[in-house]
Design a protein around this ligand. Structure first.
Ligand SMILES: [Zn+2]
Length: 253
């Protein structure tokens, strides 16, 4: 098991390093030794760039946004996580170091080539706007840097509310710029339109990256959730890359 963890870590590190230009290793001087809020060990937090995205714990590969999410979950749910059903919209997240202790921990990937609900190596193909789970199944949904890649946010929140139990939470982080929120790209009459230069983020399953539909701004709260939810902005903007941590709690009605 320990061996599998090590092999998995090496694989993830190789994939991660291939994405970043090696000239940025000058930022190694910002490397730190401190406690990681995700795996709760004291490893090296290696710095591969000036931003927080690329300062990662060498043990669990958490960066700042994952540490902020982990810190929130530890503070609120440490005692109860073992009794919770958790859905994480990611198959490769550093949060798995402690979420695997949950009663149920379901991880997902998205691919338009696989049928929704397909399970590969224990990971399930899901589209957040068309989840294949039954109603009222989960106590917690987690997503980090996913929602800016979802064209139809209303549909996504309707679906997350459907599969969450009353009183359960959708915890997520998103990046945000300094202006107001705007849509970069949109599907109109079956055609993808780009209103600004298309932007793609790293996607471990697609070498072309993942299209960014939304540029969130500091008014982002109005774009998240619906009448099923109470929204709390827990933290943000935080870090050099301006992230927000947001919690939607499904109303108990
Ligand atoms: Zn760590």
């Amino acid at each position: 098991m320990q061996n599998n963890h090590f092999i998995n870590l090496v694989r993830k590190t190789i994939k991660y390093l291939r994405w970043y230009p090696f000239r940025k290793f000058i930022y190694l001087y910002q490397t730190q030794v401190r406690r990681c809020k995700c795996c709760n060990k004291i490893p090296v937090i290696v710095s591969l760039d000036k931003g927080d995205e690329t300062k990662r714990c060498i043990r669990c590969l958490a960066n700042l946004r994952y540490e902020v999410i982990a810190d929130y979950i530890h503070s609120k749910y440490k005692a109860t996580i073992k009794d919770m059903s958790v859905l994480e919209l990611d198959f490769n997240s550093p949060l798995q170091t402690f979420l695997k202790d949950a009663k149920e921990y379901v991880t997902t990937y998205y691919s338009d080539k696989d049928k929704l609900g397909t399970i590969k190596d224990g990971v399930r193909c899901e589209d957040v706007t068309k989840l294949t789970f039954e109603d009222n199944k989960f106590d917690m949904i987690i997503s980090s840097e996913v929602l800016e890649h979802v064209c139809d946010l209303k549909k996504a929140f309707k679906e997350s509310a459907r599969v969450l139990k009353p009183g359960a939470v959708h915890i997520f982080s998103v990046p945000a710029g300094t202006g107001n929120t705007f849509k970069r790209s949109d599907w109109i009459d079956g055609k993808l339109n780009h209103f600004v230069e298309p932007e793609y983020h790293y996607d471990p399953l697609d070498k072309n990256g993942c299209l960014v539909y939304w540029n969130f701004g500091d008014d982002l709260g109005t774009y998240f959730g619906d009448a099923s939810y109470d929204l709390s902005i827990i933290k943000g903007p935080f870090g050099k890359d301006r992230k927000y941590l947001i919690v939607l709690k499904k109303r108990d009605i």
